[in-house]
Design a protein around this ligand. Structure first.
Ligand code: GTP
Length: 294
């Protein structure tokens, strides 16, 4: 949910329909609610409701459609345009939605996206901090998670990976298996991505826990979402050349990376800093581990 033009349909089309950011300017306003059923990880189906944000629709969600819209909600994602023209109206609608959510789905997680951060010229971190404090004030006692996002960089993937992670039932078990697998491969890290969205589903535990000797490796804090963004762009280029993306191998002086299909719905990325480990060995390990992860 969120005001009209805040960017809801754009992010949906980028993440779930694999459209490039450049095409989002052609999207028309969403009329009422657009429902999507996205098959996500085998039997897990994500039921995504994109609620058009024009005032007439918002008024209807909060009155006649109230119980339909707010019942059985797993996660509420509310999008705020960072440089909104009418912050007071935005805040009023948000509070009304939160009230309705508290009444019909009190267990739902609440994610707030301060969107179009690319339009901020000054200090983005400071602005996000201030908006987060304001939104916490608006939300009262309801726990919220706030992200600054933009369709033009990796921030959107970070937010959506976290959102999806909250609704994956066995995420902790997956992480445990990935840690074991990473150790078996002498890998610094193993990361599992969903096949179509390329959102991060689970990662092995941070290398400092599994491999104390690898703490010195310079791992960027944005590496997961950057990978999602880059691979999505690569897949898009492949599609334009009428080729299909299958797998990727990189052997650099500092590290080796292997990205390959793991299960019907996932890809795995192995990052290895030990120069004695051959990529062929990593690929064999992935092949042998497939039945276990499937
Ligand atoms: P309704 O369907 O009316 O509720 O609007 P919406 O929230 O779905 O907005 P939509 O996704 O249609 O986006 C409106 C405009 O914002 C489009 O022209 C997008 O290209 C633009 N937009 C979306 N995300 C971003 C972003 O992160 N940065 C910038 N600069 N523009 C964005």
């Amino acid at each position: 949910m969120g005001a009209s033009g805040s960017g809801k349909t754009s992010m949906r089309s980028l993440i779930f329909s694999n459209n490039p950011a450049s095409l989002t300017s052609r999207l028309g306003a969403t009329i009422d609610v657009e429902q999507n059923h996205v098959r996500f990880l085998g039997d897990l189906i994500l039921n995504l409701w994109d609620c058009g944000g024009q005032d007439a629709f918002m008024d209807s969600y909060l009155s006649t459609q109230r119980s339909t819209i707010f019942q059985h909600v797993g996660v509420l994602i509310y999008v705020f345009e960072v440089s909104t023209h009418d912050a007071v109206k935005d805040a009023a609608y948000y509070r009304d939605c939160l009230d309705a959510l508290q009444r019909y789905s009190p267990e739902a997680a609440v994610f707030l996206l301060v969107h179009k951060m690319d339009l901020v010229a000054g200090d983005r971190a400071a602005l996000l901090e201030r908006r987060t404090r304001e939104l916490q004030g608006e939300s009262g006692t309801v726990p919220i998670t706030v992200f600054g996002t933009s369709i033009h960089d990796e921030t959107l993937y970070k937010a959506w990976s976290r959102i999806v992670h909250t609704i994956i039932p066995n995420a902790a078990v997956l992480s445990k298996h990935l840690t074991t697998f990473a150790q078996a491969c002498s890998a610094t890290e193993a990361i599992l991505f969903e096949r179509t969205t390329f959102l991060v589903i689970a990662t092995s535990s941070p290398p400092d826990e599994a491999h104390p000797e690898q703490v010195n490796n310079d791992l960027s804090p944005t590496r997961y979402e950057r990978t999602s963004e880059l691979i999505k762009a690569l897949k898009h280029s492949c599609a334009r050349m009428r080729e299909e993306f299958h797998a990727l191998e990189m052997e650099l002086p500092e590290f080796t990376a292997v990205l390959d299909g793991m299960t019907r719905n996932t890809y795995i990325l192995l990052i290895v800093h030990d120069p004695t480990i051959e990529t062929a060995a990593l690929k064999i390990n992935i092949r042998l581990a497939r039945p276990k992860f499937e």
